[in-house]
Design a binder for this molecule. Structure first.
Ligand SMILES: [Zn+2]
Length: 202
């Protein structure tokens, strides 16, 4: 698949929007990504994650791990494509932990994946959790890297789309200064005054 084809899939599913948005963090941005709208279609999820898996196959992992919730479907579909298992980490009292009886062999080569990488923080937390559980993180991946490729995780990494997306403090937002109304995605109100039920993925 080409970058244009992948971009089209995200746009057609309203998973990549352009405009003026209020993110769940409160920051403003000119683009908004909601991977769940793409991943709700299993065939598309399988297709996209198989593309990501192809970029990560050479790392030779025997397991894929992802932070819950956003990464779970990505880990599952990447693992399906590679014929290996998938597990997930989850936050407990603020710390990323491996629960539910999941375990890793000592030194087991592990991929860490996410739906969207913004700062790399949750990928780093997952990597640390996997290493503490005995695994060896050999590569990382995301469907979308919205850092413009700036994140350095210390391991090889891959993304289907690399975008450079600016976030702004509301007081300094150039879109606000231009008088453009801000939208809170997931809100029923275009003015974004109602409580949003959706979160940005990652
Ligand atoms: Zn703004």
């Amino acid at each position: 698949m080409t970058v244009d084809e992948i971009t089209r899939i995200f746009r057609e599913n309203s998973a990549l929007l352009e405009g003026h948005f209020i993110l769940s963090s409160g920051l403003h941005s000119d683009r908004y990504i909601q991977c769940a709208l793409v991943l709700q279609h299993p065939k598309i999820a399988e297709q996209l994650c198989s593309e990501l898996a192809a970029k990560l196959r050479a790392a030779g992992a025997t397991v894929v791990a992802a932070p819950a919730l956003g990464g779970i479907l990505v880990a599952h579909e990447v693992a399906r494509a590679l014929g290996i298992r998938a597990l997930f980490t989850e936050r407990q009292d603020g710390n990323m932990t491996l629960r539910r009886g999941f375990s890793l062999a000592s030194g087991e080569p592990t991929l860490v994946v996410e739906d969207v990488m913004t700062t790399g923080l949750s990928t780093r937390e997952t990597m640390k959790c996997i290493e503490e559980a005995g695994g060896n993180v050999v590569a990382a991946g995301a469907l979308i890297d919205r850092s413009g490729g700036a994140v350095d995780l210390g391991v090889p990494r891959a993304a289907l789309l690399t975008l450079s997306i600016q976030n702004y403090n509301p007081a300094e937002c150039p879109l606000c200064k231009a008088g453009m109304a801000a939208v809170k995605p997931g809100s029923r109100s275009k003015a974004g005054v109602e409580k949003s039920r959706s979160r940005e993925c990652s």
